[in-house]
Design a protein around this ligand. Structure first.
Ligand SMILES: [Zn+2]
Length: 326
């Protein structure tokens, strides 16, 4: 895969290379196990580290048994893949395809590419998208300068309850869902959140949750941003000072552009119910875009495991446990 200009340090991975890396189900299982049990294999039921590999001849669906609680387990247990009987190789390929398509892969394409039903492909993708999810209070404050902006995504007016329609009146397009996002110019990190309202309390609360208290904040002139407890500068979209030196929100707006192109071109629509998952996934993938493909894939696996192995740790360690990169 050709590297994008200016990112020559990023190591891509071709389809041929990925197939060579995972010639067998066993090799894919080993890759997942090395990532999920980076600190050593342990029982997901009781945490015990005294475990035994089962006799392969017996073909037990769970390859390990705990010497403590005597229960069987696999690396999938306690992850988003827990109840999946799909081979690890299909998971590897799904994660690869998801990470290497800028706008994401549709369930229809995944269904054709790896030979599962479209429904299965859809569930796999939703689980993969869960990987970048984190709690609000888990955010590392961004040092800034940060750009904050809100946008509106799909949804049809007829699907909106009367109460919501009324609530949304006078605040942006009534038939759409608002998303607020922040981008740190220093680290290029993005975080975005689906919000029920774009009022002052919601938007400023989001900024307080994400930006360090001394961060410089750039927004447009929306009234909801006025009177913030930050060093705050606005950019006026309507006037000709569209891009006034540092006072612009182009960074976060280009993130919206990718999200919107994916919405239109790949997914046709995100249902509001799942919108946060898509938004989180796009932000997460944006945040690891300079990492090698294999490290990005490792981030996804780490995120599938209840955050025991975070992306940050993976990248800080330059990725993967020895043996995983063959
Ligand atoms: Zn146990």
């Amino acid at each position: 895969m050709a590297n994008a200009p200016g990112r020559s340090f990023r190591k891509g991975l071709t389809v041929i290379e990925i197939m060579d890396m995972f010639p067998t189900e066993e090799s894919a299982r080993k890759w997942f196990e090395d990532l999920i049990w980076a600190d050593g294999r342990h029982c997901p039921h009781c945490g015990c580290t005294e475990t035994t590999e089962c006799n392969k001849e017996k073909k037990h669906p769970m390859p390990y048994r705990c010497n403590g609680c005597k229960q069987y387990f696999s690396a999938k247990l306690g992850t988003v893949m827990e109840d999946s009987r799909l081979p690890y190789r299909k998971w590897v390929l799904a994660i690869y395809l998801h990470m290497t398509s800028l706008k994401g892969v549709s369930s229809m394409k995944l269904h054709r590419d790896i030979g599962v039903t479209q429904k299965t492909a859809w569930f796999m993708l939703q689980r993969i998208r869960e990987a970048f999810k984190r709690d609000d209070d888990d955010n590392d404050p961004m040092g800034g300068p940060v750009e904050v902006d809100e946008t509106y995504m799909g949804g049809k007016r007829k699907n909106m309850s009367n109460a919501r329609r009324k609530e949304a009146e006078g605040r942006g397009p009534v038939d759409m869902t608002a998303v607020v996002g922040v981008k740190d110019r220093e680290s290029n990190r993005v975080n975005a959140k689906v919000v029920q309202s774009t009022d002052k309390a919601t938007l400023q609360g989001f900024i307080i949750d994400n930006a360090a208290s001394d961060a410089k904040v750039y927004t447009d002139e929306a009234g909801a941003y006025s009177g913030m407890p930050f060093d705050h500068e606005t950019v006026c979209h309507s006037a000709c000072e569209y891009v006034r030196e540092m006072a612009h929100t182009n960074g976060i707006e280009s993130f919206w552009a990718v999200l919107k192109r994916a919405h239109k071109g790949v997914f046709h629509k995100f249902s509001v119910k799942h919108l946060q998952r898509y938004v989180t996934d796009f932000a997460g993938r944006h945040n690891v875009r300079d990492a090698d493909t294999l490290d990005q894939m490792g981030c996804i696996v780490g995120g599938m495991v209840g955050k025991r192995l975070t992306c940050k740790t993976l990248i800080a360690q330059n990725g993967l446990p020895s043996g995983a990169r063959k």
